[in-house]
Design a protein around this ligand. Sequence first.
Ligand SMILES: Nc1ncnc2c1ncn2[C@@H]1O[C@H](COP(=O)(O)OP(=O)(O)OP(=O)(O)O)[C@@H](O)[C@H]1O
Length: 268
Amino acid sequence: MRRLAGVAKRYGRNNYVLDGVELTIEPGNVVGVVGPNGSGKSTLLRIVAGLARPSRGTVTGDPVTGYVPDRFPGAQRLTALAYLVHMGRISGLSTAQARARGGAWLERLALAGGPDTPLRELSKGNAQKVGLAQALLAEPRLLVLDEPFSGLDESAHGVLGEVLAELSAREAGVVFTGHSAGRTRAHATTTLRLAAGSLRALEPESDATAVVVLTGAATDGWQTEPDVLSAVERSGAVELTVLARRCDEILLLALRRGCSVRHVDRRE
Ligand SMILES: Nc1ncnc2c1ncn2[C@@H]1O[C@H](COP(=O)(O)OP(=O)(O)OP(=O)(O)O)[C@@H](O)[C@H]1O
């Protein structure tokens, strides 16, 4: 239903964020993509959803698509339900249909304050619920969700898990991103890691990552180091996300390069 072949993306003259992405989404697939901050997950999803064009490569297939961004534009006067009716009308529903479907989704997602809460009064998690309801209104064949589990409470996690399974059972496709390999794997039929611009299968033994914070280092020499998934500068230090099984070797390399290790944090 959607296929990305040889997809690359760069912003202006910056380095390529994506390079050589191959991704096929078949009916019923729920594809989970994990990757560290800045690895290009949101960029990938905007291309999957058809909201951004790749710099190179092709995107084929044109299913009815719903998209849930990581940050919902909530600073509007409209109430949650009025917003959904408006968005439903834009995607071709009648007012009555949009009101019924929007209201049903808000009830199922247990929107705090109810359907008449103004968008600008919603918390991040509740705004995300409205974003999810909006993407589901037009019964998409492909649903694209950017870090959907990050702001939601536990009961909404449960509902979202059910929704993904229902879409899959109805032969729709889903692509979503996450930070936790465990949670992503729990909801996906296929779990992939985005690193160094391309997608790879997430192997069980390679799940674990560690964060290594170095001082006296530059990002340059690290970005191309094998199994360093990302290298970013933060507050005068360099923060590396590395495969945990390579952590000791990378620490040794850092010390040999004259860096100091400020912090090491093993993650899932
Ligand atoms: N519109 C843009 N213009 C210029 N650079 C951009 C733009 N959007 C993203 N980038 C850059 O592309 C890289 C990947 O960003 P992206 O938001 O896709 O990553 P991400 O994996 O979703 O990150 P996070 O997990 O922090 O949300 C980053 O270096 C970011 O600064």
